[in-house]
Design a protein around this ligand. Sequence first.
Ligand code: CJB
Length: 840
Amino acid sequence: VETSFARNSPLSVQVEDDRTGLSLETLKRAFLDNLFYVQGKSPDIATAKDYYMALAYTVRDRMLHHWLSTGQTYRRTHARTAVYLSAEFLMGPYLGNNLINLGLYDLFEQAMEELGLNLKEIMDQEQEPGLGNGGLGRLAACYLDSMATLEIPSLGYGIRYEFGIFEQAFHDGWQVEKTDQWLRWGNPWEVRRPEWAVHVKIGGHTEGYTDHQGRYQVNWVPDKVVRGIPYDTPILGYQVNTANTLRLWRAESPESFDFDAFNRGDYYGAVNSKIISENISKVLYPNDDKLEGKQLRLEQEFFFVSCSLQDMIRLLMSEGLPLEQFPEKFTVQLNDTHPAVAIAELMRLLVDDHEMAWDLAWEITQKSFAYTNHTLLPEALERWPMYLFGSLLPRHLEIIFEINRIFLDQVRLKFGPDNERIARMSLIEETGGRYVRMANLACVGSHAINGVAELHTELLKETVLKDFYELFPEKFVNKTNGVTPRRWMVLSNPRLAKLIDQHIGTAWPTQLDQLSKLEAYVDDPAFRNEWREIKQANKRFLTARIERLTGIKVNPDSMFDVQIKRIHEYKRQQLNALHIITLYRRLKQNPDLEITPRTFIFAGKAAPGYFMAKLIIKLITAVGDIVNRDPVVRDRLKVVFIPNYNVTNSQPIYPASDLSEQISTAGFEASGTGNMKFALNGSLTIGTLDGANVEIREEVGAENFFLFGMTADEVTALKASGYQPWQYYEENAELKGVIDLISSGFFSGGDTETFKPLIDNLLQQDRFTVLADYQSYIDCQDHVGKVYQQDQENWLRMSILNAARMGKFSSDRAVREYCKEIWHVDPVSIELQEYSKMVA
Ligand code: CJB
């Protein structure tokens, strides 16, 4: 096959044949070539890892042309660029996704087969970059996929953690953490770019001086400097030429060796300072929805923000544009407050390093940033002790004081001398200990503020950001989250994707609204049959995987009732456990009871320091140990906990699910995105009116959604009236029986201490109103069981309609909204440049 760009190049023979050729023969030869020349292996001694690496390089070779052409086009056209600043990017494995987006999956599958290899087995070798905790990091990844697919010029900036999210293993039913070593075998998708390294200052003090024009200036004298090295990964769009960049920063010491210290004889000191610098990008903090106020975390946040802003200024200048054009060239989205220190850092770069006047710098800063809030939980709101902040970032603290001074004048002007309001809105908290409030900084320094689902945005305006809404109502907008149909359907549910292709054509992965055309087939017997059989096949596939991973045999004909997500009290995995125990007790009391056979599937990690979440995991595994072995149950109930939940392990679960558990306390889950992946794959939801569940239910229709529980307003009202959880326990015999069974030590080998903290907490505090929602949940589950068992035709219909009505929840829709209403960025289509001209 001759590639169009290389025809007249003197390099064309090599280029056509090995690097970019797309014929089967070329692919096979290129693969074997990479095995030989990159891995240094012949097939007789090659390991599965070698095959993976050789294949990854073969795929990467077919992406570079897109990538370089994209960069060149953006530079040439001075393209306005959306920058996504995020401490987390949970990208998932690249190989399969890149093959899908290139449109080369089937061809490579065949090439591997002809070499006697299996593409899926090779794909299984990939260690995913787990550079995120959960929803927030995965959202960033879905948005990068959509931005590239929509041909939006964009850059993702983050941290190249050496150790991503820990690997979860189990010991005696308890979670144990093992370090993630995703870089152990090398990372074929990244390119290190030391030539674009930047320096980042930390600590020290500031000195004022008067410059040659008689202006007062500030000089920051740091006590350490670290070097940030960018590592770039191409982010392909789906079936377009666009390949954007994810740029992740690694921290190193400025010189590989501190010779001054060495010459002074302080060898240990020199090596030590190198190690300390490298610590900054060493490990991802494993907390989700919770702040751990550690110095190193603040250093991480500042490090990647400073690297990224310096890099943007370099890019701007390399295009010959003046600094004043920063907000025209870039629009910067802050993924939660983790990168909010960017507001102070851009001010410092403009005012101190580039000697810009304060007012102009502030105008540029406000125009450049927009802030996404992802949670209402107070324990997640970032506030840094002022002494800590000032000792690491002395100049930034001064800048924040000045921003605050001007801002509070603005508040006074609008609201008069309302001291309580001023205290609440100040960037500095002074009620017992002084703190820098990052959410307040983000609100003041941004031109747009958004929540991630309609309900969440409304609650933001009414609660945590109420004062800011009253001052800046025009800044607030909603952007309901979305997920990419490429990874979450085309790649992970190929059978269903193919069925959909056959009926409505192949445009739906980029125009997800087209799924509505499936409604025409909801009564078509042949279509319904295939839909059912695909779900069954996906369940059988997961069944085999579960047995391999846990040793537990489950029945693929039972209902797969699935809750997979981080373990958190507000997400209420414990409520799900109470339901399992409820069914178990019913069977014990009446072994002949007719119940719908169910397999309860859990997966998810608990933050290592979150005791109650770990105890919830132990409860689930302990219940599983009893229930799975009890002969009375006769395989009607099974409980499995799939270890080490991550993107890779989640992909076969959504397509195999019947029932999706979205049971958070109303008002606590900002959006959820797993809820969308399930419904897209034809799973029905049992859920509360929380986060995006509200909008999913609106779209699919109330009759196709299993709703239970209190509303957010009812939860607030109940708490205001003095919630007494033990009353629910006293007044509900079945609930009491369940709680007492746990308390008796039945699930803990007779030990009554193990689960006591969990039970005491439920009976006495129950912050997430588990007991108040118990009966409503059980009633709803009873109904779910009946429909599944007795009305399979209706279940199937609901499943099809759920998928058909999920168009809204594509991340393409979300990104289009950000582009139109916040970023004002337009697509730039990429023509592949002639290779010979690119290398000339
Ligand atoms: N979220 O994953 C996180 N981490 C946080 O620290 C705060 C929030 C989640 O973000 C998702 C993406 O917006 C939401 O869907 C989810 O509800 C929220 O918990």
